[in-house]
Ligand binder design. Structure first.
Ligand SMILES: Cc1cc2nc3c(=O)[nH]c(=O)nc-3n(C[C@H](O)[C@H](O)[C@H](O)COP(=O)(O)OP(=O)(O)OC[C@H]3O[C@@H](n4cnc5c(N)ncnc54)[C@H](O)[C@@H]3O)c2cc1C
Length: 470
């Protein structure tokens, strides 16, 4: 069927208001952050409840259309972009209710289109913490977070999205609804189905709601920026802070000098209080224990780093405002990279203790290839996850630099594999890494993934051409 006929059938099934057509109307859903995979679709469906999602999927099956689920559309790997005009964007944005929140159970049931920031607030209103936090939290939604198994800033303490999830509601490719919104902390009654859908990037079904874990809300918080002598000093400092504080480190972010320079140059009022170091560590300690002495714990950890010579200086925030100012140095890096020109990005992970050796080898490899390329390296050092990004040399044309993307990708990703790492650490596979994953994935793992995809979605209805290629 043509896209016009598909749209008509969807309008008949769901009502005209829930189906967008026309270039102007669908344009916001076709934007793709990095500009590599602008959406080619002509239809967007906006269901308001799970039954309508099921109806939309059945109609797509009947018309031969494919389904591309989308939540906040902040993904960085082209996973939410339709590849042609008969791929229908199924946007969850109108499914944005918190269905239940229970402070005794420490759980919340939220629909896929709830913006992450709103869920953090809903938990705080109940004197609880929902710890998932990403720089995109004002736009991304929990459905997308689940579908990408998002990581972010607090993984070192609370784990990634998978670890925060007890149950899911999913509409399957055949239109059936799996009501798995369990609030059970223990349930060994067979395969853990929710874990199949978490991180599947819309290729196995549409996540419509989730039961999420809540935690006691921190009563105190300390934030420090530490200037390091070298990257090798980061891990001992993290371990010292964990030991001194009774494991109260909730975030531990590393930033190279080239990365910190970005927000400082491009955000008015954003300053680096400790200029001149090659590496920086942003540490946040927090605890629900009102009697704990976090300030003393942080001081003790910093003193250890000073004694061992790993630290060049430290700035400890006096209050929330000061802490927020230090955090801006980190959270504004992704948004300001673009001001410096094109970026070749690598979202990678290696075993935590290998990070300094990996980075040394990777920087040497980049310099040997082209010493004018500007590394912009930052990330979640406690999880071994780095954004090893390369900014175009000054004076270069963006297009000319991006032509070298395959070469730099290969250089860095080969090295990652040598360190037993992952070339898709937290952003997912989407379109951008599908081909590469087919080549690099363990063949047994790839075969299992293909079988799972075929078993659940034999007609390749859900998000084709993403994650697991044939
Ligand atoms: C400035 C910035 C900073 C970022 N920082 C981080 C970070 O620190 N850590 C991190 O992990 N990510 C980060 N990201 C990437 C992105 O925000 C995350 O991947 C986020 O989880 C995507 O959520 P979303 O709602 O925007 O999903 P979308 O972009 O809408 O979709 C992402 C993928 O999930 C699928 N999908 C979406 N909704 C559903 C659903 N309901 N059911 C099934 N499949 C679905 C889509 O098809 C697509 O493949 C960042 C992005 C930006 C722009």
């Amino acid at each position: 069927m043509t896209h016009e006929e598909i749209a008509t059938r969807l309008q008949e099934a769901l009502g005209k208001d829930r189906v967008l057509t026309g270039d102007e109307n669908v344009a916001p859903y076709m934007k793709e952050r990095r500009g590599f995979y602008p959406g080619q679709g002509r239809i967007v469906v906006l269901p308001e409840n799970t039954t309508q999602v099921s109806e939309a999927i059945r109609t797509c099956t009947a018309t031969g259309a494919k389904v591309v689920p989308q939540s906040g559309n902040t993904g960085l790997v082209g996973g939410g972009s339709p590849r042609n005009e008969t791929e229908v964007v199924l946007s969850l944005r109108k499914m944005n209710r918190v269905r239940r929140i229970d402070a005794d159970d420490n759980t919340m049931v939220a629909e896929a289109g709830c913006v992450l920031r709103d869920l953090q607030k809903a938990a705080a209103d109940m004197d609880r913490l929902f710890p998932l936090s990403l720089p995109s939290e004002f736009q991304c939604c929990i459905g997308g977070n689940l579908a990408t198994n998002a990581g972010g800033l607090n993984v070192v303490q609370y784990g990634n999205t998978r670890a925060l999830t007890l149950g899911l509601e999913v509409v399957l490719p055949d239109g059936r609804i799996w009501s798995g919104l369990s609030a059970l902390h223990k349930d060994n009654s067979g395969y853990d189905l929710k874990d199949l859908f978490i991180g599947s990037e819309g290729t196995l079904g549409v996540i419509t709601a989730a039961t999420l874990r809540l935690f006691p809300r921190p009563r105190q918080r300390r934030v420090a920026l530490v200037a390091l002598r070298d990257l090798a000093a980061a891990l001992p400092l993290l371990r010292a802070a964990q030991a001194e504080s009774g494991d109260a480190v909730v975030a531990c972010e590393v930033m190279g000098a080239g990365a910190v320079a970005m927000p400082v140059r491009h955000i008015p009022g954003c300053t680096n209080p400790l200029p001149g170091a090659p590496w920086y560590l942003l540490l946040e300690l927090a605890t629900p224990d009102p009697r704990a002495d976090l300030a003393a714990a942080l001081d003790a950890a910093l003193e250890t780093a000073r004694r061992t010579g790993g630290m060049k200086g430290a700035e400890v925030a006096e209050d929330e405002r000061g802490g927020a100012a230090l955090w801006r140095l980190r959270t504004c890096i992704p948004g300001t990279q673009g001001h410096e020109g094109a970026s070749i990005k690598h979202d990678i992970s290696v075993p935590v203790h290998q990070l300094p050796t990996f980075v040394e080898a990777a920087l040497a490899a980049v310099a040997a290839e082209d010493p004018t390329v500007r590394p912009c390296v930052f990330g979640h050092v406690g999880d071994g996850n780095l954004h090893f990004n390369l900014t175009q040399p000054e004076g270069w044309e963006a297009d000319a630099f991006m032509e070298r993307r395959p070469r730099f990708n290969q250089l860095i990703h080969d090295l990652v594999m040598r360190f037993d790492g992952s070339v898709a650490a937290e952003h997912g596979v989407g379109q951008i890494k599908g081909e590469e994953m087919r080549r690099r994935r363990d063949p047994v793992a790839h075969d299992l993934m293909r079988r799972i995809k075929t078993a659940l979605d034999p007609d390749d209805l859900m998000n084709p051409g993403k994650v697991v290629l044939g």
